[in-house]
Design a protein around this ligand. Structure first.
Ligand SMILES: Cc1cc2nc3c(=O)[nH]c(=O)nc-3n(C[C@H](O)[C@H](O)[C@H](O)COP(=O)(O)OP(=O)(O)OC[C@H]3O[C@@H](n4cnc5c(N)ncnc54)[C@H](O)[C@@H]3O)c2cc1C
Length: 70
């Protein structure tokens, strides 16, 4: 079994985890994603917080919900 490690579960890491989970065989590859936070922050949404267009709950998501199940 090969292990692919993604450092950082921000925008790039989350996109790569989802992309590679579809491309790499489950039997051959394990995918590990490492981050210091369990929360994923949607940074572009930060711009809308001071104007009350977005609420905090809209820019903070549980990171694990955005990763592939495997
Ligand atoms: C206010 C704001 C508005 C923005 N608006 C836009 C926009 O409109 N359009 C657009 O395209 N882009 C926008 N961006 C930029 C966009 O959010 C970033 O380009 C994008 O998030 C970068 O993705 P990334 O995966 O490289 O980094 P990040 O998404 O920042 O992810 C890095 C991850 O690595 C983790 N990490 C870092 N160091 C460590 C460590 N030592 N150990 C463990 N984990 C670590 C962090 O916790 C984080 O989760 C905006 C950014 C900001 C701040």
């Amino acid at each position: 079994m090969k292990n692919l490690v993604i450092l950082g579960a921000g925008t790039a890491g989350t996109m790569m985890a989802n992309h590679l989970a579809r491309k790499l065989s489950k039997k051959e590859w394990e995918i590990t994603i490492v981050d210091q936070h369990k929360t994923h922050y949607y940074q572009p949404g930060f711009l809308f917080l001071p104007f009350d267009i977005y609420k905090t709950s809209q820019v903070k998501k549980k990171g694990a919900n955005l990763f592939p199940k495997r």
